[in-house]
Design a protein around this ligand. Structure first.
Ligand code: HEC
Length: 135
């Protein structure tokens, strides 16, 4: 009897762990990235720099107003609206920074930009998106 109880306990623990691990992998944020604070103040200079880079690198898919839509290069993948309050991969500055630098796997239609953007420029884009979202 004891062995049966122990067996049930082990199975329950395994099920619990499986659920916990799956929950972590779901889209909807990244607890580690969320802890990262934006080190770049939201100054007019930062916002202007962010806008310039966005227009060069991101507009083709996310649109001039950053409202997303079907991007020309992205096939059936809708590019996300970046100025509403719905975030699929986390809403904090740290999480947005993480997505821009690392892309969205597994397809990576949203590519990683860490090889082409400095960290400061990535924060500048985050600041520009924040300033637009407020309007
Ligand atoms: C080739 C098209 C393409 C380009 C260029 C592109 N993106 Fe994306 N982006 C996407 C797609 C598609 C998604 C949705 C990915 C998903 O959720 O599967 C996305 C998602 C995102 C997200 C996550 C949004 C959310 O709801 O969590 C952010 C932030 C983002 N992009 C920012 C940027 C920035 C900043 C740039 C420029 C440096 C950029 N993207 C360039 C296609 C693109």
């Amino acid at each position: 009897m004891r062995a049966v109880v122990k067996g049930v306990f082990v199975v329950l623990m395994a099920a619990f762990l499986a659920v916990a691990i799956t929950a972590q992998e779901k889209p909807g944020g990244n607890a580690e990235a969320a802890k990262v604070k934006n080190p770049v103040a939201m100054s007019p200079d930062s916002i202007a720099a962010g806008e310039a880079i966005y227009m060069k690198r991101c507009r083709g898919c996310h649109g001039r107003e950053a409202t997303g839509g079907p991007p020309k290069e992205a096939g059936d993948h809708e590019a996300s609206n970046l100025v509403d309050d719905k975030w699929d991969h986390g809403s904090t500055d740290g999480e947005i920074f993480y997505v821009i630098r690392n892309g969205v796997p597994p397809e990576l239609v949203m590519e990683p930009w860490d090889d082409r953007l400095s960290e400061t420029d990535t924060w500048n884009i985050v600041n520009w998106l924040r300033s637009k979202a407020k309007k």
